[in-house]
Design a protein around this ligand. Structure first.
Ligand SMILES: Cc1cc2nc3c(=O)[nH]c(=O)nc-3n(C[C@H](O)[C@H](O)[C@H](O)COP(=O)(O)OP(=O)(O)OC[C@H]3O[C@@H](n4cnc5c(N)ncnc54)[C@H](O)[C@@H]3O)c2cc1C
Length: 321
């Protein structure tokens, strides 16, 4: 698989599928379609019951199809089969089981950063839906301390004693970033960081050596408790420590994480600010599908976004004008 594309589509649901298909119809030659699940349309596969009726005008949202990709009422199964056929296009390279970490603009090209390597393109469409979930620890998080047990760093206000749990790039980036205005410990259950990139490895080792933060390797957590509104962390070596806040960075990105890492300007609902062409604050980086809205959205709406985005990218009407 080559590493440079005319367009990269991140997220393999209806918005992503329609984006890749419209791109092919609009004449782009090399399109990369990246999905974190083992197949396209994870929201439909995971959240729709078998044989569920799929309505085009879902929940009263009447939509006229505007582009080249049609959509009809059907069932979960007929919808998945239809999307399967749409993706059967030789110009579309599909890459499954690949969770995109971020999209970074470097001069005129985007670099799409993934565990399977980086890919470049002049335009990127992000259609990752709103269903992303962070991985959670196996033990219970008491409801009374949920406000100070987080899965990203955005609630931190400074001057806090914080424990960051995890050993990937996000955990390291959160810990280093927070340590400038907080007292931070990074706890990882393995003996060394095996999964992080070289820049983060150098950064966390330097921060640790300079005592800007504390890294505790080879230690696991048995449970957490409420300690007068703070978090008592019970380690598996029999000791415990009390923190103002605990942040788990155990993988499974949420959309807001992704948007922030990709330098998109966000609105008050933590969704990307976009113009009428669905382009974000980063020129050439577009969003389609459910993430265009705070709530609502539908398959047909996501499909329409794709058409308008391709019109904007190519400056053509794709035979629909
Ligand atoms: C129970 C239920 C029933 C519904 N019924 C209907 C209906 O009958 N008709 C209708 O029109 N709509 C229905 N909807 C809404 C519809 O499913 C959504 O509007 C639609 O799926 C939005 O498409 P999307 O492409 O924006 O996002 P999604 O379908 O959520 O797809 C996003 C994809 O991106 C992938 N992804 C996420 N993060 C990354 C990453 N970092 N890297 C790579 N891939 C990533 C996900 O795995 C997923 O496959 C229903 C929704 C639910 C939950």
């Amino acid at each position: 698989m080559g590493k440079h594309y005319d367009l990269i589509v991140v997220g393999g649901g209806p918005g992503g599928i329609a984006s890749a298909v419209e791109a092919s119809i609009f004449g782009l030659q090399k399109i990369l379609f990246i999905e974190k699940g083992d197949n396209h349309s994870q929201t439909i596969r995971q959240y729709y019951k078998d044989a569920k009726r799929v309505d085009k005008d879902w929940q009263g949202q009447t939509v006229d199809m505007e582009g080249n990709v049609e959509f009809f009422d059907g069932t979960k199964e007929s919808t998945l089969e239809y999307f399967e056929l749409l993706l059967d296009d030789e110009k579309i390279d599909t890459l499954f089981e690949c969770e995109v970490d971020r999209v970074i603009k470097e001069e005129d090209l985007f670099s799409v950063v993934t565990p399977k390597g980086d890919f470049t393109a002049p335009n990127v469409i992000v259609s990752i839906g709103r269903m992303g979930k962070p991985n959670k620890p196996s033990y219970k998080i008491p409801a009374s301390i949920k406000k100070v047990v987080n899965f990203n760093p955005y609630e931190c206000r400074g001057n806090e004693k914080i424990l960051v749990v995890g050993g990937g790039d996000s955990a390291v980036e959160y810990a280093c970033q927070l340590s400038t205005i907080n007292n931070v410990t990074l706890s990882y259950r393995r003996e060394s960081f095996a999964r992080i990139n070289d820049i983060n490895r150098e950064m966390v080792e330097r921060y640790d050596q300079e005592e800007r933060l504390r890294v505790r390797y080879g230690i696991d957590i048995d449970s957490i408790e409420n300690a007068e509104g703070k978090v008592k962390v019970n380690y598996n070596n029999g000791f415990h420590t009390i923190y103002d806040r605990v942040i788990y960075a155990l993988g499974g990105t949420t959309p807001v994480d992704f948007f922030r890492k990709s330098n998109m300007v966000l609105d008050e609902h933590d969704l990307p600010v976009i113009n009428e062409k669905y382009e974000t604050s980063v020129k050439g980086l577009y969003t389609a599908g459910d993430i265009v809205y705070k709530s609502g959205g539908s398959i047909a709406m996501a499909i329409n976004h794709a058409y308008h985005i391709l019109k904007d990218i190519t400056g053509e009407d794709g035979g629909m004008g």
